[in-house]
Write a protein of this length. Structure first.
Length: 160
């Protein structure tokens, strides 16, 4: 590689380092995911997880359908506003020993009342009708502590 190539690659590497783009998946074991709690408490508020998983087969989808999309909702107790001091940052969907891991994206109006909604795009093409476990990493933005919150036996739905 000549000097010109170095001059192009160096700024790209610096941007990746400064922005903090993860270059590798997180280090969370299958056992950590399997033993995650279905309820967590942060600063005196209990949170649970609701999900909706779907594969789209509606035309003009390809014959084998579109990849899995996961909508996750972190819920506080009824009439308790979700804290702006927590965030859902990462998603794992577990099918037996297979794991799909991805960053969670925000949706417009993603925090409404007692609910924080996030979405994971472009998952595997696992068959609709099966049940999987869904785990989300919750970050307490005040303390920096991470929690794993799980919803077990979640169905993958088919739209057609």
């Amino acid at each position: 590689m000549g000097r010109k190539g170095f001059v192009i690659i160096l700024p790209i590497c610096l941007v990746i380092i400064l922005v903090g783009i993860p270059l590798t998946p997180s280090i969370v074991s299958l056992q950590d995911l399997q033993t995650a709690s279905e309820r967590i408490e942060i600063n005196g508020t209990e949170y649970t997880l609701e999900t909706y998983l779907q594969r789209d087969f509606f035309p003009p989808s390809p014959p084998d359908g579109r990849p899995l999309v996961a909508l996750v909702k972190v819920k506080a107790p009824r009439e308790t506003a979700i804290s702006s001091k927590i965030d859902a940052t990462r998603l794992w969907v577990v099918k037996g020993i297979e794991i799909w891991e991805t960053e969670l994206a925000s949706r417009e109006g993603s925090t409404i009342g007692d609910t924080l909604e996030k979405v994971g795009w472009d998952g595997p093409k696992w068959e609709p009708g099966i049940s999987v476990d869904v785990v989300v990493r919750i970050v307490d933005l005040k303390s920096g502590k991470n929690y794993l919150l799980k919803a077990s036996n979640q169905a993958i739905h088919r739209t057609s």
